[in-house]
Design a protein around this ligand. Structure first.
Ligand code: ADP
Length: 482
């Protein structure tokens, strides 16, 4: 019998009404542990605990908040290899990627430890004589968080750390598929001395535990990352109750990487391979649409295929592996479905797309590259969320820009070019929240805002100092000193 990892509610570790095994996608015989599912009643208790803890925590000093977040950061960084290994074992990204993400989580906690000390307001002279006007930021209240499986430690970190730094209390429901890293953060915060009820972890299904968080009137704000269809439900639930909740959604992408004739070919190939296929393509910022100009198209495709042939797809924990497994059977089914849709639409499979057998039973898929695609095909319009990308051939920069923007999404976009004119024009005219020049569309800094436009995001940005737009509420105070 493997270990049981419990929920953290009101400062106590509690068993749930059920438990689910956390399974390694590189080896489905390897069970990381059993993770307790919170009952609906327990989710309500967690919200009540967060509500009860809010008055004291919201008035805690920045120094108290700094110390807890800094302690958490120190421990995450000291244990980054072990946590990275846990991450790779539960999610399937390679060990260097897992350690990189754990490191990122530690950096995020350090950044927001500092932000707790830096929160400032503004003061203006009133238009009325003798009156002072002050604008200050206050915490929002109980923040509910619902996180996806593809970044099991970074996404919880970039929601939890700012929420706590600015004086909110938290109820988080991590993805059912990968609760291990969120549990580790809960354990670290608990031992770092976070007061009872300030931080609560409730694991389980979205439709059960997640739904309670969405519907409960005592949850003041919801931060969600996941699919577009669930995101829409989150937004509707957030405004259907009284009071309406503040809401922040990060959802899908169909991110274009434009490669112009004048691009440095080596850079363009690296951007494409990294952006489209690393982390098994399971990133909302993945470059899944490669929009390539005619003059370089064939050379680019040949070079990408050569690179793909050399990539090792295997157990995420083995050294020398470039691409780990797909996260689970249902995601693998979705990837295979899109590979077959693309073939049916008339796209040409330039490389890959085969299921692979390895020493251990896992969800191994060869990265797939399609050519001869149009921007109207489903493979160009719908998010696959796997190691699958397609190339659309264009004649000019203008056509490339127009296709890049012809999508319902707008998370990130990229261009590979040596032309300052085209790079500058693309930066200004790309309808995406994040624009990359000669860099992969995935891979961002943690101290600057993250988020998209159009169907990719809704509400204020995450990360960096901009995170306070969501995690604080502004108060305008007028004073007449008499
Ligand atoms: P993905 O599984 O692709 O990451 P989902 O949108 O299905 O995207 O899941 C993201 C998060 O939303 C997960 O934690 C999931 O459990 C949760 N979730 C799914 N359905 C609901 C729902 N109806 N209410 C609240 N949370 C949900």
């Amino acid at each position: 019998m493997s270990d049981l990892y419990k929920n953290l509610i009101g400062g106590e570790w509690v068993e749930g009404h059920a438990a689910r095994p956390n399974i390694n996608p590189s080896n489905t015989k390897d069970v990381i542990g059993e993770y307790a599912h919170a009952s609906r009643g327990q989710a309500e208790q967690a919200i009540a605990a967060a509500k009860a803890a809010f008055p004291a925590w919201s008035r805690s000093t920045p120094q108290e908040r700094y110390e807890i977040l800094k302690k958490a950061s120190d421990e995450i960084l000291a244990r980054k290899e072990e946590l990275g290994r846990l991450l790779s074992r539960e999610e399937g990204k390679t060990l260097p990627e897992g350690i990189g993400e754990a490191t990122r989580a530690g950096q995020i906690f350090a950044f927001f430890a500092g932000e707790a000390l830096r929160l400032s307001g503004e003061k203006l002279a009133s238009v009325r004589p003798g009156v002072d006007v002050d604008m200050t930021r206050e915490p929002v209240g109980v923040v509910g968080m619902i996180t996806p499986w593809n970044f099991p430690i970074a996404i919880p970190a970039w929601k939890i750390a700012p929420a706590l730094a600015y004086g909110n209390t938290v109820v988080i429901k991590p993805a059912d598929l990968v609760p291990g890293c969120a549990w580790a953060i809960a354990d670290i915060l608990h031992r770092a001395g976070i007061p009872k009820g300030v931080f609560n972890l409730v694991m389980g299904r979205g439709s059960e535990v997640g739904q309670i968080i969405l519907d409960h009137p005592d949850v003041t704000a919801i931060s969600f990352t996941g699919s577009v269809s669930t995101g829409r439900k989150v937004a509707l639930a957030a405004v259907s109750g009284t009071p309406m909740k503040k809401v922040q959604l990060e959802m899908g992408g169909k991110n274009p990487l434009v490669v112009l004739d004048d691009a440095d070919l080596k850079t363009a190939v690296e951007c494409a391979v990294n952006g489209a296929f690393f982390s098994t393509g399971q990133r909302c910022t993945a470059s899944s649409r490669l929009i390539v100009q005619d003059g370089v198209h064939d050379k680019f495709v040949d070079a990408v295929v050569e690179r793909l042939k050399g990539l090792v797809v295997d157990d995420a924990l083995k050294s020398g592996v470039h691409i780990g497994p797909v996260v689970d059977q249902s995601q693998l089914d979705q990837d295979l479905k899109y590979i077959s849709i693309a073939k049916d639409e008339g796209a040409k499979l330039a490389w890959g797309g085969e299921l692979l057998n390895r020493e251990t039973p896992g969800f191994y898929l060869q990265p797939a590259l399609f050519t001869e695609t149009t921007n109207q095909m489903r493979i160009s319009r719908e998010e696959v969320f796997g190691p699958v990308a397609n190339v659309v051939r264009v004649k000019s920069y203008d056509e490339a820009l127009s296709l890049a923007n012809d999508t319902e999404f707008g998370l990130s976009s990229g261009i590979c070019t040596s032309s300052l004119k085209h790079a500058s024009h693309f930066r200004r005219n790309s309808e995406a929240g994040m624009v990359m020049v000669n860099l992969p569309t995935a891979g961002v800094d943690y101290h600057v805002p993250f988020g998209g436009r159009k169907g990719s995001s809704y509400g204020p940005r995450e990360q960096g100092a901009y995170a306070r737009e969501f995690y604080t509420v502004v108060k305008t105070a007028y004073t007449l000193p008499v």
